[in-house]
Ligand binder design. Sequence first.
Ligand SMILES: Cc1cc2nc3c(=O)[nH]c(=O)nc-3n(C[C@H](O)[C@H](O)[C@H](O)COP(=O)(O)O)c2cc1C
Ligand code: SF4
Length: 700
Amino acid sequence: MSRDPRYDLLFEPVRIGPVTTKNRFFQVPHCNGMGYRDPSALATMRAIKAQGGWGVVCSEQAEIHPSAEICPFIELRVWDDQDLPMLARIADAIHTYGALAGLQLCHNGMNAPNLYSREIPFGPADLPVASSLLDPVQARAMTKGDLRDLRRWHRDAARRARRADYDLVYVYAGKLFGGPMFFLSRRYNTRTDEYGGSLENRARLLRELIEDTKEAVGDRCAVACRISVDELIGEQGLHADEARDVIAYLAETPDLWDLTLSSWDNDSQSSRFAAEGYQEPFVRGIKQLTTKPVVGVGRFTSPDMMVRMVRQGVLDLIGAARPSIADPFLPQKIEQGRIEDIRECIGCNICVSGDYTASIIRCTQNPSMGEEWRRGWHPERIRARHAEAQVLVIGAGPAGLEAAMMLGRRGYDVTLAERGTQLGGRLVRERTLPGLAAWGRVVDYRASQIARMPNVAIYRDNALSADDVLAFGAAYVAIATGSHWRRDAVSRSVLEAIPIDPQLPLLTPDDLLQGARPAAHSVLIYDDDHYYMGGVLAEHLATQGHAVTLATPAAEVSMWTRNTMEQPRIQRRLLELGVRIAPPRVLTAAAAGRIELACAFTGQCQVFESEALIMVSSRLPSNELSRALEQRAAELADAGIEHLETIGDACAPGTIAAAVFAGRRYAEELGTEPREGALPFRREVAELLPFDVRQLLGEP
Ligand SMILES: Cc1cc2nc3c(=O)[nH]c(=O)nc-3n(C[C@H](O)[C@H](O)[C@H](O)COP(=O)(O)O)c2cc1C
Ligand code: SF4
């Protein structure tokens, strides 16, 4: 197949200062929870993006100095020459596949609590650090000496970037991460010297850093400036007009403008709150302020939208973080005319959660993300089957679909049996909840891939019993029968069943998803799950006209969605819909019209007079088939079954990303024998320095 000429524009080269990118696909900086801890894993992940056709592949924010590090987040470091081999390995891996390598130099300024280095953070003024974890740390106002130091460190870091062979070096003034943004911002910058006050003064540090960087490396490297175009907090923050004034003032200073909303939660908005292209209104017109190329973002997965951005003069380069995570081969697929093969980002922000939890990046759509080096997984390829064999996959939810698709790619003879009439498992109905439509892409992508595989047969409306499985005669059986919500309150806060009056109308998320409606006006949602379900059901029921109270033992609704940066938006939406949010409460008893909850701190009980209870506690694996077959283990061999495994939610309920990962893992590992004592993945252990404990402890 060849590419549609409508998309030719996307494959034009673009000059960026002294370098040229082969096309307009630009993987903007994104962290990944690997950073300095997992350099080879990081290099492999970036190389795969280059292999997939991205013209530019950037690093994450790379801390240039210990005076601004954001532990516990794991980023790259450019602190001294010790970091050079790691940085060079990444650039080299990117170059192997013909992409330009970008390094996002970052001095986090007042964002950095410096929990690792224990250096005193600094910024334009004496203020608490702006870190999202509310660290009890204050920054001090920078002196002229500090500003000189910062400029020197930035120059040194830029020179290291060049020595490590990067083509593009960033000056970062965005999202309250890049230190110069605090100087641009009137609310942080209250200085009265030449770095505060007028716009020219507030932009002075940024201008100096860009000029320094150009002077240091501009002969060979392009110098990019990533800047925030709006903080979405009105006059109080850096707003559209002011950001445009800064860009107009520095228009020709960098070689490239990289535009984003601020802060990070506005920049990486989830699909629940923003559609593809959501940043367009904020960047439109900025290109006309400069002759330099402009890159912008907005969860771009549609080539038509990308072309429109370029044709209408909004952007020169199509920036992407999440679309490149979900599908590192997106450019190549457009180039080869394989649009239907694009694995579109679903906008769930599970990738962000990796960063927030200081764990390796993960992606719902692309289970190989973060596993390229340590498990040897590739987003597009998988090794051929180990033998001619038949595999029966039972259950076509996220785990079963992924397993069937990847087993199909390996060349096995696969049968996918689904008890329902539709593919997707939990997603069949969850995708119909408010804001979750894009999550259906998990199903659509896999279903459309499988539909083209002659070696994968799907049987819908096919609930298999243990007898059926034994009679089927497949050598390998994967049971992916999903999970169901509990009717009792057993979850994190309540570990024993509590008294619930059978007269009280009680519904689980499964009941609601299957179309049941509470036969009552006032409902109380009890959420001890803390991810999206409680909040999304509150939204669903409130929009259907119910008077909704949401009670949870946590301090905030949907508290875990802090890790996907959705929590404040969820809480705001619920409040705007009139949902009553109870203070932190644990369910203690429930009877008709009388739901009793205890204060999570004092234990003092309060009665809520809601007429129905929606129980969002926890889930149980739907593993009856697994248990039945386990009991007949002695018959498996005679039935020709070599291996039986329960995967995904049927093993232990988790996120959709975890289920997809489980499906992939099953497909990857089928036919392999774990080596005795071997870890399930590789890890990189840093080289030990010489060590003499007696000398260190001061003994002669
Ligand atoms: C997991 C993740 C990590 C990110 N890390 C960075 C970063 O290190 N530096 C940065 O400037 N932006 C970072 N971003 C923001 C992205 O560069 C991008 O501006 C944003 O996600 C919107 O683009 P998208 O819709 O294509 O994802 C990150 C985004 C994600 C999803
Ligand atoms: S985790 Fe979700 S938001 Fe992030 S890239 Fe993957 S599909 Fe997109």
